[in-house]
Design a protein around this ligand. Structure first.
Ligand code: MTE
Length: 332
């Protein structure tokens, strides 16, 4: 994975959005349910992102996202500013630079959006995003996101538990893993048509069935109280907060229940560097760098904001039991 460089967009820790100021804004939004007001409360750069994609965002989705319930998750955490969350991204379909997704995903079409369900389950077929979301309750969860490249963020996601969706398709007992696939559309995604790309598109990821059903595992359709910006994986992405960020696959078009461990993009590309499990683990270094610490965004040259990385990204209580007896050096 390309290691990032320092960007002009890095901002000082003093610019961190406090949780309370965000919640105040959220409360205000709830009263008005008007996204134009959301734009007014966001920094100038953010409005640009917002404006460029707003036209494509269906109203029903914006309303559902704005009505998401608050939860206990991440209360007290300092949020990473919206500008970092939406302009410092990994979405190689739009380029390998950290600001490429922000620059090149603004016209990405996410409506209508179909998701295909297949494999070891009773209910299969193609479902619209609207159909999928009609059967779930959206909530806000503030989760830490730790990239394998040793930077991290704290993001207020809007989404629902993946388990709620998977149960609907009645997985069979033969379903041991879940495979996820991102849209393959080189016309829209410059990274997929790049001759320099070493990725065998489409981007694929997977989880063991118990990981997929864990209550922490989220499908996100929004962040910061608004519909997911394209660069963050609109309209529908996975968020697995105890694993390195590359597991949190974006813009999903296919979910397949499978018997065997599925192939995953980064593990295929560099198997000695990226494993299927990819659990955040400060004791197991990446072959090329330490994983003991991370750079929490916003970070700058004079204030790198380095903090210790926590086992399972701090979600040990919720997930450690799934890996008891496993050698986490071998199954990295
Ligand atoms: N999903 C797809 N389809 N393509 C990608 O390149 N990058 C992954 C993950 N999901 C990626 C992806 C990586 S490496 C990280 S760290 C996170 O997305 C970043 O999510 P963010 O850009 O919303 O912070």
């Amino acid at each position: 994975m390309i290691i990032n460089r320092k960007k002009k967009s890095d901002v000082l820790p003093s610019e961190i959005t406090s949780h309370s100021s965000y919640l105040n804004r959220r409360q205000f939004l709830g009263q008005t349910a008007a996204l134009s007001i959301a734009a007014a409360a966001l920094p100038a750069q953010a409005i640009q992102t917002h404006e460029s994609t707003r036209k494509q965002r269906p109203e029903w989705l914006a309303k559902q996202v704005a009505a998401a319930k608050e939860t206990k998750w991440g209360k007290g955490e300092s949020l990473t500013p919206y500008s970092n969350v939406t302009q410092y991204n990994n979405f190689y379909e739009f380029g390998t630079g950290k600001d490429d997704p922000y620059k090149y995903a603004s016209k990405f079409k996410t409506d209508p959006w179909m998701v295909e369900i297949d494999g070891e389950c009773e209910v299969k077929g193609k479902f619209t995003l609207e159909d999928i979301l009609s059967q779930v309750d959206l909530e806000e969860r503030i989760y830490r996101l730790r990239c394998v490249e040793a930077w991290s963020m704290v993001i207020p996601w809007i989404g629902f538990e993946l388990s709620a969706l998977l149960k609907r398709f009645k997985p069979l007992s033969s379903a041991k893993y879940v495979e996820f696939t991102t849209l393959h559309d080189p016309k829209q995604m410059p990274g997929q048509r790049s001759v320099f790309s070493t990725i065998d598109w489409p981007y694929v990821e997977g989880l063991r069935m118990d990981e997929a059903m864990n209550p922490l595992t989220l499908m996100a359709v929004g962040l910061y109280g608004e519909v997911l910006p394209n660069q963050n994986g609109a309209p529908f992405r996975l968020v697995v907060p105890w694993k390195y960020g590359f597991k949190s696959i974006k813009s999903i078009v296919k979910i397949r229940f499978v018997e065997e461990m599925p192939k995953t993009t980064w593990a295929e590309l560099a198997p000695s560097e990226y494993g299927f499990y990819a659990n955040v683990n400060p004791e197991v270094d990446h072959p090329r760098w330490s994983q003991a610490r991370e750079r929490r965004l916003p970070s700058g040259l004079f204030k790198p904001n380095r903090i210790e990385t926590q086992m399972f990204n701090g979600y040990e209580e919720e997930v450690a039991a799934m890996y008891s007896g496993m050698n986490l050096r071998k199954f990295y």
